[in-house]
Design a protein around this ligand. Structure first.
Ligand code: ATP
Ligand code: LTN
Length: 328
């Protein structure tokens, strides 16, 4: 059984891209070797309202349960409940180079957005905390969306460097990126990825959106003026995004193969909206059922943190010993 780990940030309401690119596959492939975290420490790279962060952390965990992660198999935990994460992150911060971290596109994009105001040091060191999340669990496979490819490469490089400096310590993980749905784009700006923290309410389908809102957002999605339905993400990003969403929500392996069913954009949008609504309905129903029992998720997270620590503490002890820290 392959050890799997992947996480998501409690930075907003989960959107369709998170679900199609990541969470759905966590659910399909879950085994007793699966670990999934709500990474609240990562969310602190930008100042947040404390009450909102706390609420979003719980809501995110609840959504993972509603999506079908079963705590009888999968370990679901909150990152800050497992103190091994920031400890390991320091060892990895001292293994990554400044240049490597400065070259991360996520750092460049996000620091450009905050330029002139406050840019936290955590935004730069974010990828070493992410590497700690992964390496602490001896994870072999990390199922993520396409935007995380570069962070996974960095994790591998840092793990290999640590192993060659201090002797074999870490398992070298690989990224698992979906063939369809790995990069869902914003409906209003289809050259940007859909993101839960972007300020684009009409371009983002939240997984808990009402059917009428989903329909409106998809029907108003930006396309182009040439009128031909064709899968070509470079010259026709909007139309290709709709075809990708339709393929991913109806279990079709090749979005290009759907294009010939449509002569106009209207029917493509209508079918895509219907497919998304149907696809999200079971998750929405379970989410509302779970909301009636908020104590349940708290219990799941307490048990998850305890289980996560049994694994993470062993790997952290191994890394501390190898790097030369005196056992306490
Ligand atoms: P933020 O906007 O705060 O950066 P996000 O919406 O990008 O958040 P994360 O919590 O950072 O989401 O990511 C959780 C998982 O969802 C990751 O594996 C990420 O690759 C995946 N993911 C995020 N956006 C998309 C998208 N548009 N298409 C496919 N996968 C995505
Ligand atoms: N950086 C990721 C979230 C994340 C993650 C991880 C993903 C933090 N730690 C460990 C996989 C494994 C993001 O921004 N989507």
């Amino acid at each position: 059984m392959v050890r799997v780990l992947s996480c998501l940030q409690p930075t907003g309401e989960i959107q369709l891209g998170n679900y199609l690119g990541a969470i759905r596959r966590w659910v399909q492939d879950q085994t007793p070797q699966s670990f999934h975290g709500v990474v609240d420490l990562h969310a602190l790279t930008i100042p947040r309202d404390p009450a909102v962060l706390r609420a979003k952390t719980l809501e995110t965990a609840q959504l993972l349960l509603a999506a079908g992660l079963d705590p009888n198999y999968t370990t679901i935990f909150v990152q800050s409940h497992v103190p091994e994460h920031p400890q390991m992150a320091w060892l990895l911060e001292c293994t990554a180079s400044l240049g490597e971290l400065e070259r991360m596109t996520q750092f460049k994009d996000k620091s450009a957005k905050t330029e002139g105001s406050f840019t936290s040091a955590g935004l730069l060191t974010y990828p070493t905390l992410m590497a700690a999340d992964i390496l602490l669990y001896d994870a072999e496979l990390v199922p993520v969306g396409d935007d995380q490819r570069q962070h996974l490469e960095l994790t591998r490089d840092v793990a290999q460097r640590f192993n060659s400096r201090y002797g074999t310590t870490f398992v070298i993980p690989r990224a698992g990126i979906a063939k369809v749905g790995a990069r869902i784009m914003d409906l209003q700006e289809p050259t940007n990825k859909m993101s839960k923290s972007a300020d684009s309410p009409q371009g983002t389908v939240k997984v808990l959106d009402e059917p009428k809102d989903i329909e409106r957002k998809i029907k108003r999605a930006v396309t182009d003026t040439d009128g031909e339905v064709r899968f070509d993400p470079v010259t026709k990003p909007g139309v290709s995004n709709l075809l990708s969403i339709l393929a991913a929500t109806t279990g079709v392996a090749d979005p290009a193969s759907l294009a010939h069913n449509y002569q106009q954009y209207g029917p493509l949008k209508a079918d895509t909206a219907a497919a998304v609504i149907e696809f999200l309905a079971p998750l929405q129903k379970r989410y509302h059922e779970l909301s009636d029992d908020p104590g349940h998720v708290t219990q799941v997270l307490a048990a998850g943190a305890a289980k996560a620590r049994t694994v993470a503490s062993v790997v952290l002890a191994r890394a501390k010993l190898n790097v030369g820290l005196l056992p306490g």
